[in-house]
Design a protein around this ligand. Structure first.
Ligand code: DGI
Ligand code: FE
Ligand code: FE
Length: 189
């Protein structure tokens, strides 16, 4: 499957706005992969399909989480989290992508996880800093991403947690675990 074939598959599942976002994530992910030594082809595929399930009905996502025995904890938190693991499942089932690295990058693109791979970091960060994103703090993360993937990622996860806390929203435990893992493995200057 080449890039245009992949984009044609994902397009009908997304709004125009979300499709533009996907293109931005793809371009950013390829640049980050090149800079930090991740596999460009995998970064491209994972980026194109990362929000594949974004517009699935909540009931359908909930059913998949239960039937596929995904973490039941997901159901207690914001349903915005569900499209990532459900997306990985559906991209395998409906699109036929079997590359575990690509599927995991999709699966963990919203919460991150402990022990993120380079590809997972690239996709998480590309999703956060793609050119269409405009929110407070994004410019700082874009600057950090130019020469320090790890620091950029820490800042992005911190901002996400701050943002949720400011709105009095619950924070999914894996998001905290991601943060703690990144901090524990931070280079000491
Ligand atoms: O799908 P995108 O909008 O491109 O971005 P995303 O996959 O990072 O999803 C962002 C949404 O997920 C946003 O509405 C905030 C929510 N979210 C991310 N992390 C957490 C979270 N919600 C809760 N409750 N807890 C989290 O840790
Ligand atoms: Fe997403
Ligand atoms: Fe996204």
């Amino acid at each position: 499957m080449n890039r245009n074939e992949a984009l044609a598959i994902v397009k009908p599942h997304l709004t125009d706005h979300r499709y533009e976002h996907t293109i931005g994530v793809m371009e950013t992910a390829i640049l980050l992969a090149r800079k930090y030594g991740a596999e460009e082809q995998k970064a491209e595929s994972a980026a194109i399909f990362h929000d594949y399930a974004k517009f699935r009905p909540k009931d359908e996502m909930k059913q998949i989480i239960i039937e596929e025995k995904m973490s039941p904890e997901l159901l207690q938190y914001n349903s915005e989290l569900w499209h990532a693991p459900v997306g990985a499942f559906l991209v395998k089932k409906e699109v036929g992508i079997t590359d575990i690295d690509v599927l995991d990058a999709i699966k963990y693109h919203t919460s991150g996880r402990v022990g993120m791979t380079l590809l997972e970091k690239v996709i998480y960060l590309a999703d956060y800093i793609e050119p269409g994103r405009r929110f407070p703090g994004v410019e700082e993360v874009r600057e950090l991403a130019k020469d320090d993937l790890q620091l950029a990622l820490i800042k992005a996860v911190q901002n996400t947690i701050f943002f949720l806390m400011k709105k009095n929203q619950p924070v999914f435990p894996d998001t905290f675990h991601t943060y703690n893992d990144l901090i524990a493995n931070r280079r000491t200057e």
